[in-house]
Design a protein around this ligand. Structure first.
Ligand code: LLP
Length: 460
């Protein structure tokens, strides 16, 4: 939950002092409700924690907010005002950065398959860094910059071979996935040479490239600092080896994002300060061991900044209760046949505004937001309105027995990768995003209208 979300005396959920019924009246549902103060506070907290931990190692840390988690021009401005930078992953995200007016020097571009157009756009905007993902792309970026008579500022994304303990689809540092330059020997045509080493040598020799340093991102929604620390150690060793072998000094090291948040009470993320200290300790000791100065460190948190700032507000519609066979957990003992009721609570959105349950088996929670209730708890499953039985918003949650059509539910933790991954499945219009601050609310992204959807139909 956002820090300024709370129930008022009448029992209604409010954020920044504004009751949810007021937000529904003004903007409708479903609606993403974001606390601007909470976003700013989390951005600052992350930046402070890492800057403090690394102050004596490399003078501080550059924090790039990962825009893929949620991006619009208002958020870019908050990021800038709080002293952070911006990480983008496509030409479209660069367009948002340009529209918001953030200096290109504070922007990074990622992607495993950048188009020439995206590379030109990055150079037009004079980006602070282009994170190159493969040998082929390195040559393409270098050649384009050289033809323009420029030097592209490049980081190389390496694959440190760390297994992050998270969902398979969001783990990104093991060998067998699409991202990054392998650090394993013999991953090029040249005997014994890793793709990472070949890229360092090629980048340093290319007249269109200014090689800034190395990058890795091991995955997302990670709680334990060990994986980050291990990746940092591997990249520092590699960096020292390049210095020794080729006399190439790489002044920067980006350790990516991936810091987890609590979606339900069983999630126990570590405070930013604890993660920062653990990572700083490893960077400090590894640099000492290797006898090198620490490179300038940067990180790219997305979810940990925006995830908890937002809840999705839904209106309840249809309700139905079924009896569920509980024998599976009862060793199939027919004499001991047990069933329990499960209530399906349908809301006016679903997998189109939150694809994470269906994509990653993600768990969420929900509360009755428009009022409190003295009724007893009932095991409920919050589902959407799409034509799929997998269209689940919250798999299991206890909601008051008297929840009824017209009630408002709030699902917290929907700031990251919900609006960003939203779709128009079943021709549902994407909800808007409202930002609340100190008692006033404003739309920062308007919801789509039916007209928006029909406008794209060419009618021929
Ligand atoms: N840096 C790079 C290079 C990334 O690929 C990502 C996320 C981040 C930073 C930010 O990671 P974060 O701090 O937000 O975990 N759609 C998935 C997550 C995909 C993450 C993609 N890359 C989900 O909803 O869980």
């Amino acid at each position: 939950w956002a820090q300024d979300a709370a129930r008022n005396d009448a029992g209604e959920l409010t954020v920044g002092g504004i009751p949810v019924s007021e937000l529904q009246r003004q903007y409708g549902t479903p609606l993403y409700v974001m606390s601007e103060n909470d976003f700013r506070a989390r951005a600052r907290a992350f930046s402070d924690a890492f800057n403090n931990a690394f102050a004596d190692i490399c003078g501080g840390v550059d924090v790039y907010y990962a825009g893929k988690s949620f991006l619009c021009t208002a958020v870019v401005r908050w990021v800038e005002e709080e002293g952070l930078r911006l990480d983008t992953a496509s030409g479209g995200e660069l367009a948002v950065a340009a529209k918001a007016g953030i200096p290109g020097a504070d922007v990074a571009l990622h992607g495993n398959n950048k188009s020439d157009l995206e590379i030109h756009r990055a150079l037009d905007m004079k980006l602070g860094r282009i994170v190159v993902d493969s040998l082929g792309e390195l040559v393409r970026v270098g050649d384009i910059a050289e033809r323009r008579g420029e030097k592209a500022k490049v980081m190389l994304r390496l694959t440190p071979g760390v297994h992050a303990h998270t969902h398979e689809f969001i783990a990104t540092a093991h060998e067998d996935q699409k991202f990054g330059l392998s650090m394993a020997a013999d991953t090029t045509e040249h005997a014994g040479l890793s793709a990472a080493e070949e890229a360092v040598a090629a980048a340093s020799a290319h007249p269109g490239i200014d090689l800034l340093g190395l990058h890795c991102h091991i995955g997302s929604q990670i709680f334990e600092p060990d994986g980050f620390a291990l990746a940092a150690r591997k990249l520092l060793r590699f960096l020292a080896a390049m210095q020794e072998k080729y006399s190439i000094v790489l002044p920067e090291l980006d350790l990516g994002g991936g810091y987890g948040i609590a979606y339900t009470p069983v999630d126990t993320p570590r405070p930013a300060a604890e993660i920062a200290e653990a990572m700083a300790a490893v960077v400090r000791s590894t640099c000492a061991e290797l006898g090198i100065d620490s490179p300038r460190i940067s990180i790219e948190p997305g979810r940990a900044i925006v995830g908890s700032t937002t809840f999705t507000l839904y209106e309840v519609g249809t309700l139905k209760t079924v009896r569920v066979d509980a024998t599976a957990s009862n060793n199939g003992d027919a004499d001991n046949n047990v069933t329990h009721p499960r209530r399906y609570v349908s809301v006016d959105g679903g997998m189109s505004d939150n694809a994470r349950p269906v994509l990653y088996d993600a768990d969420y929670s929900a509360i009755l937001a428009s009022r409190t209730s003295a009724a007893g708890p009932q095991l409920s499953r919050v589902v959407g309105k799409h034509c799929e039985s997998g269209d689940i918003v919250v798999r299991d949650v206890y909601l008051p027995e008297d929840v009824a059509a017209g009630d408002l539910l709030a699902v917290p933790g929907t700031g990251a990768y919900c609006w960003a991954l939203s779709s128009n499945y079943n021709y549902l219009a994407r909800p808007g995003v409202v930002a609340v601050r100190d008692g006033s609310a404003r739309l920062i992204v308007r919801g789509e209208t039916e007209e928006d959807l029909l406008n794209r139909d060419m009618g021929v």
